[in-house]
Design a protein around this ligand. Structure first.
Ligand SMILES: *Cc1c(COP(=O)(O)O)cnc(C)c1O
Length: 389
């Protein structure tokens, strides 16, 4: 944080709040009003003065937009009804029929499916690249390429692309750079500082942080966010005011939660790696992770997500999941509870077995979203369960 700038934790608590308070309330209320009185009584206010929940501009929405922009050090922000509403609106607002997007391999399952199926039906083509190999990206460039799309930390192998090279490549070739930074969170990475045009989040995960709300955000340069907003206004992916309230409340503790999760994930990754039953641990904080040096340079923390492959494959992975007592077996991530999944059955179930194999996702791969329980309790549960195998 430079001079005159407040700490990210201060922005998480205070940014955007004042304008949304009512009747002296410390906590801004839920504005459960679908529409708002026009500001001009003589009836000559225009479309831009309309306040309506679908337009994501109620006091609950603008509070979040102001808070997220401040937290991310970005010009503007916009909340959406889900991470996928944010991602699809951002992509569709910057790509049209006949255009082309370069996308990193192994992106979130829903994004993968949208780019590979829905966008193809709309006449928008793509090429897939290795995010860690910038020299190969030029080969994917076409005259009609408009967007390059990456994820800060990929799921479930936790790969980290050459993020500085992405914004350099975008600037050189006149592309819009987009990054899904859900796994990194603004605590560990501020993509605006690297020059990304748009950053996308599933706020269902760490941002909300309590496994009780589905939400998304588009954050970045004002002109790009405005374009995404036009798409979102028409597609209708608005966030409900109550969900806005939950997201606002969750955000206040983002720093506390994520730093704790990063700490526990690091301890857990090192403990798991010692088990003779574990063939491989994927965590960018481990020195043997292929992107460790890059993650160290780019991130303030390595995140709360890790995955590992059991030497005994699918059957052993199932036995391990059965032996764990603390984590819940559930999809999604970023909440207070430690969660475990097998990505082949959850986040990447929409891929064909061949696509999964190409992406390096074995059937026996276990993914962990580390929660905020006591570090020792989390670690000892995994170590005990591994010892039973
Ligand atoms: C969950 C997730 C999404 C989709 O978000 P929803 O809120 O479920 O729509 C997108 N990207 C990443 C990286 C995710 O983890």
């Amino acid at each position: 944080m430079g001079t005159g700038k407040r700490a990210i934790d201060t922005e998480l608590v205070h940014a955007g709040e004042a304008a949304a308070r009512a009747a002296g309330s410390v906590v801004p209320p839920i504005y459960q009003s679908a529409m708002y009185v026009m500001p001009s009584a003589d009836g000559d206010s225009d479309y831009h003065d309309i306040r309506y929940i679908r337009l994501n501009n109620s006091p609950n929405h603008t509070l979040l937009a102001d808070k997220l922009a401040a937290v991310c050090g970005a010009e503007a922000a916009l909340v959406a009804s889900s991470g996928m509403a944010a991602i699809t609106s951002a992509l569709l607002s910057h790509l049209q029929h006949g255009e082309h997007v370069i996308v990193q391999d192994c992106v979130y399952g829903g994004t993968h499916s949208f780019i590979h199926h829905d966008m193809v039906r709309m006449g928008i083509s793509h090429d897939v690249v290795d995010g860690a190999d910038p020299d190969s990206w030029k080969g994917a460039l076409r005259g009609n390429t408009r967007v390059i799309y990456v994820e800060a930390i990929s799921n479930p192998l936790m790969r980290v692309p050459e993020l500085e090279a992405v914004t350099r490549f975008a600037a050189e070739h006149g592309l819009v750079s987009m990054i899904d930074a859900t796994f990194a969170t603004p605590i560990n990475l501020r993509p605006a500082e690297l020059g990304f045009d748009l950053e996308l989040h599933s706020c269902t995960k760490y941002m909300g942080g309590h496994s009780d709300v589905v939400a998304g955000a588009v954050i970045g340069k004002a002109s790009h966010v405005a374009r995404a907003k036009r798409s979102l206004d028409h597609l209708g992916g608005c966030l409900d005011p109550h969900a806005c309230f939950l997201l606002t409340r969750g955000l206040k503790t983002l720093g506390l939660r994520v730093r704790q999760q990063c700490h526990s994930a690091g301890v857990l990754a090192r403990a798991i790696a010692e088990s003779p039953h574990v063939a491989r641990v994927n965590y960018p904080g481990l020195v043997d992770h292929p992107d460790h040096a890059r993650a160290t340079r780019l991130f303030d923390g390595f995140g709360g997500m890790l995955s590992f492959e059991l030497a005994g494959g699918l059957a052993q992975a199932e036995r391990l999941l059965g032996a764990l007592t603390l984590p819940l077996r559930a999809p999604s991530l970023g909440g207070p509870e430690t969660l475990v999944t097998r990505p082949a059955r959850t986040s990447h179930a929409g891929l064909t077995p061949a696509e999964r194999a190409a992406a390096g996702i074995a059937d026996g791969l276990v993914r962990v979203s580390v929660g905020i329980e006591g570090t020792d309790d989390i670690v000892s549960d995994f170590v005990s369960a591994l010892d039973t195998l």
